[in-house]
Design a protein around this ligand. Structure first.
Ligand code: KG4
Ligand code: ZN
Length: 366
């Protein structure tokens, strides 16, 4: 399909209600006409984490408003839309269902094609939206619920090279923030606090570096951080001084960055055996917004003589532009869904890869 396309995308798989409009004419660069994200941080703040039921209700209440705002920002009506793309999983099932129902309503009401999108594909295909990257390319997807190295071969073709066997790095950032009395989401809070910290004072473990391949683990880091924090608190009669908090954040962030960089080096090496340079390595997902982690990955790519791609932070964290884009890519391959499209709590991108589940204490998320 070669004509220009304009796609409305909806995202509601976690705690961001989002709608976006992306338009693309073959041969040109994609255009993000609108990108609205309504966060829910305030709704979950009192609970120290995302409460699925509260998230689902908020999505159901806000999705239509979000779509309205996106169309207004894009300066078009539904008559200017060629297809409706929606996250159909993986994610918190109530929220995913709210998005799928909203998209079905719009598609049925307007006679528009409906495209179900894998949220992870949305993240993994973002480097094509932002930088026009050609297939195949290796990508690290690091977010609050996921962490995996993939080779993106097509809109729906991914090979997983490795991933976390327990927690996701974003989850580890969030837990670290909680343990240190910082606000949620923890990633930006920990990054901010780490700026004035000494990354060398606390030497945290570098999990799984001694194991071949590019699987990762983050749950041990959290335990190490808890012990270090308790040590400091005991020393200071029950309080956690500002400088110690910063040092803990900096040490934790350095450990995550070093592990992600070394495993990225290995993933890149594996990719280059199959597809010699010129190549590019991309990072996406909320954790890719972290400047220290970007720096570490950039250095690995520079050493390998490979282009490094990290989309702008608002396109790394959850958004609907990536869903509209992934939907547009699926649409171009001729894919269509119908009213039987189901919301899926789990949906691995590479169904042929052996489950990481069970290789860690809690099991991977996808
Ligand atoms: O991709 P995302 O928005 O949602 C998921 O699909 O999970 O990622 C959210 C995660 C959260 O855990 C958040 O703490 C983390 O990404 N994050 C960061 C930063 N910004 C967001 N982690 C580290 N540094 C950041 N600057
Ligand atoms: Zn995400």
């Amino acid at each position: 399909m070669t004509e220009p396309l304009t796609v409305l995308g909806l995202e509601s798989s976690c705690d961001d209600t989002a709608a976006a409009v992306v338009s693309h004419a073959p041969g040109g660069a994609p255009d993000i006409l609108a990108n609205i994200v309504m966060g829910q941080t305030d709704l979950h703040a009192a609970f120290g984490g995302v409460v699925p039921e509260i998230a689902a209700r908020a999505h159901a209440e806000r999705l239509d408003l979000c779509v309205e705002q996106a169309l207004e920002q894009a300066g078009i009506g539904l008559e200017g839309i060629d297809a409706v793309a929606v996250t159909a999983g993986p994610g918190l099932i109530g929220g995913v269902m709210a998005g799928v129902m909203c998209a079905k309503g719009i598609a049925a009401g307007r006679g528009l094609p409906l495209i179900g999108v894998n949220h992870l594909a949305g993240h993994a295909l973002t480097p094509r939206l932002t930088d026009g990257l050609d297939f195949p390319y290796p990508v690290l997807l690091a977010s609050g619920g996921h962490c995996q190295f993939l080779i993106a071969r097509g809109a729906e073709a991914f090979t997983r090279l490795g991933g976390t066997i327990d927690d996701a790095p974003g989850e580890a950032f969030d837990k670290t923030a909680k343990l240190l009395g910082l606000e949620q989401p923890g990633g930006p809070a920990v990054e901010r606090c780490a700026r004035t910290g000494d990354a060398h004072r606390f030497r945290f473990p570098r999990p799984l570096l001694d194991r071949a391949g590019c699987d990762l683990s983050f749950s041990g880091l959290k335990t190490a951080l808890l012990r270090a924090r308790d040590g400091v608190v005991a020393e200071h009669g029950g309080s956690l001084p500002e400088q110690d908090r910063s040092d803990l954040c900096a040490g934790f962030q350095a450990a995550v960055a070093e592990v992600l960089a070394e495993k990225s080096r290995r993933a890149l090496e594996t990719f280059l055996v199959e597809h010699p340079a010129p190549a590019a390595f991309a990072v996406t997902g909320g954790v890719a917004a972290n400047a220290r982690i970007r720096e570490a990955l950039q250095a690995i790519c520079a050493r390998a003589g490979v282009r490094f791609i990290a989309p702008p932070a608002p396109l790394c964290t959850d958004n609907a532009a990536m869903i509209a884009w992934a939907g547009l890519e699926r649409f171009r391959t001729g894919a269509r869904d119908d009213m039987t499209l189901a919301a899926r709590p789990r949906w691995p991108l590479d169904a042929t890869a052996p489950a990481l589940l069970g290789s860690g204490r809690k099991g991977a998320k996808a």
